[in-house]
Every structure is written in C-alpha cells, then in structure tokens.
Design a protein around this ligand. Structure first.
Ligand code: AMP
Length: 283
C-alpha cells in the first residue's frame, strides 16, 4: 500500500523509523506528471533498496519569472496510481506553504558547473534546485538518490552538492529514457504541436551525428558543434538555444575532445523548451 505524506514532520518521523529499523531508503525527487523516465528511476530504486520514497513537488524557487511554473502539468491522482503500480512505498507531496512556510534565511548559490548549458540562460535555476534538494535530503535522509541523465547538468550539480556538504548519500544517475523514435521522454513534451512533435526526434539524431563525427576521428569541439548546428538548421523549425560540448561532470571547456564528455543541446519551440544530451568517453 502506498502512503501519501503531506507534512515535513510526518515525513521526518517515518524516515527516522525506517532508518532505525534498518531499512535502506531509495529516493526519487520529481515534479510529478510521471512518465516512463520517472518510472525507470523508480524501478531502479525499487531493485536496490528496501523502501522507495518519491517526492512530487513543483518547486517555485527553480522557475524564472518567465518560465512555466503556473502551467507546469500536474495530475496527482494519475501520479499516485502510477507510483503505486511501480512499487513506491511513500509519496512525499508537500504544499509550497509546507516547504517554505516563511521566507528562507539561507539560500544556496551554486558557483560551479552552472555557467554553461541551461544554467547560462536559467539564472538562479540551479540555486533553486540545490536549495530544495538539500531540504528534501535532510527531511528524507535517503541512502541513495536517483536522477535522470536527461537533466545531466542537474546530475553534475547534485554531484557537487553531495561532495561539498559531505552528504551520506549515494548518487545514482540513470540513462535517458526515450520514445521509440528517439525523443527523450519529458513531462513538457505534451506542449509540442503535432508538427513539432514530428520533427523533435531530430534533436537526438543531431547528437548522434556528433558522436559519429567523434568516432570517425574528429577531436575539435567547434567542428562537431558546427556540424550539429547545421544538421538542426536543416531539419527543425525550433530555435536552437545552444549546442555545447564540455567535460563531464565538471562541465569545463575543452580544446580537444578527450575523456568523459557531454554533447548537449536545448531547442525552444512555441510552448516547450526541449533539452537532450549524450555523454561518452573519448579515448
Ligand atoms: P522532473 O519531474 O522533470 O523534475 O524529473 C524527475 C527526475 O526524472 C529527474 O531526475 C529527471 O532527470 C528524471 N527524468 C525525467 N525525464 C527522464 C527521461 N526521459 N529519462 C530518464 N530520466 C528522466
């Protein structure tokens, strides 16, 4: 039986009891509107821990003034059913008032890994992510946390957060789950028009084109980025916000492609902004 918990106090009490009785807690933070991507994280958590907790919280702190906080898709009844079928034990489902009853006296500022990719345009986004996650981690006290590599910059930021604050939590990144045609699953895909949805698989195809060039011996990031941009220009109508290549997870610039790298892009459509990436090892 799945249990829904709406208060911080109750969540803390339950976590304390679970920890005292020797359970291991696998935790999946989400903003809800669950899809196969979230469910893959949950299934992994289910396999590796004796108890699984997910949170559903659309965190206002991580949305910019012109972003989609108000219109972010929400459907708790459906999420509860999907979570229950996937074997989740507890859903932590706090209100904004419950999470932020008074103005915060302390906020986190992420100082590295945010000057590139989405962090460059979404000012304050990762500060909001880090702040809410530190709260959620201290409420739930999980052994393992599961994050999707679709949001690879988030994984890089959480990796830094866990190291910086010596949090006794194992970070478990999970491969991006895709539609059959290659489009990365996202709660925001529902915003795409039919025509946009049809061309959206080209985002992943452009990244694969980049990988192909690297595999054929190209080591200059500018060359690979230019080829991806060219591919996108001729195949999609959306506005390309960025195509970038960096080291992963440190997200530092590269002159030569070497070691673990990320090729990432963001495209703006009429109502949705889509992101995708591929992480690979270049030897
Ligand atoms: P969100 O609800 O969008 O904040 O996502 C919650 C978690 O699910 C994050 O760790 C995301 O990276 C992860 N996630 C979202 N979409 C996917 C996907 N297509 N594949 C894998 N993980 C995903």
């Amino acid at each position: 039986m799945i249990t829904v918990i709406e208060t911080v106090k109750e969540m803390q009490n339950i976590s304390s009891k679970l920890i005292k009785s020797g359970e291991t807690i696998g935790y999946v933070p989400t903003m809800g509107y669950l899809h196969e991507g979230h469910l893959t994280l949950i299934k992994k958590a289910r396999k590796e821990n004796s108890k699984v907790i997910i949170s559903i919280f659309v965190n206002p702190l991580q949305f910019g003034p012109n972003e989609d906080y108000e219109t972010y898709p929400r459907n708790f009844a459906r999420d509860k059913k999907l979570a229950s079928e996937a074997g989740v034990d507890y859903i932590f489902y706090p209100s904004v008032q419950e999470m932020y009853p008074t103005e915060m006296t302390t906020n986190l500022t992420v100082t590295k890994r945010t000057d590139v990719l989405c962090g460059k345009n979404r000012i304050g986004h990762f500060d909001g992510v880090a702040t809410v996650l530190l709260k959620l981690f201290s409420i739930i006290r999980p052994n393992r946390v599961y994050f999707g590599l679709k949001d690879a910059q988030q994984v890089a930021v959480v990796d830094g957060l866990i190291q910086d604050f010596n949090l006794p939590i194992e970070l478990c990144p999970v491969e991006t789950v895709r539609e059959e045609d290659g489009l990365a699953k996202s709660s925001r895909n529902v915003y795409l028009t039919m025509a946009e949805r049809e061309e959206a698989p080209h985002l992943y195809k452009s990244l694969q084109e980049g990988v192909r060039l690297i595999e054929s011996g190209k080591r200059n990031p500018e060359v690979v980025i230019a080829a991806i941009n060219k591919y996108l220009k001729s195949n999609i109508s959306g506005e390309v916000e960025y195509v970038e290549i960096h080291s992963f997870p440190s997200l530092l610039p590269l002159r030569q492609l070497e070691g673990k790298i990320i090729i990432a892009l963001a495209v703006k459509y009429s109502k949705a902004r889509l992101i995708d990436n591929i992480i690979l090892n270049v030897t």
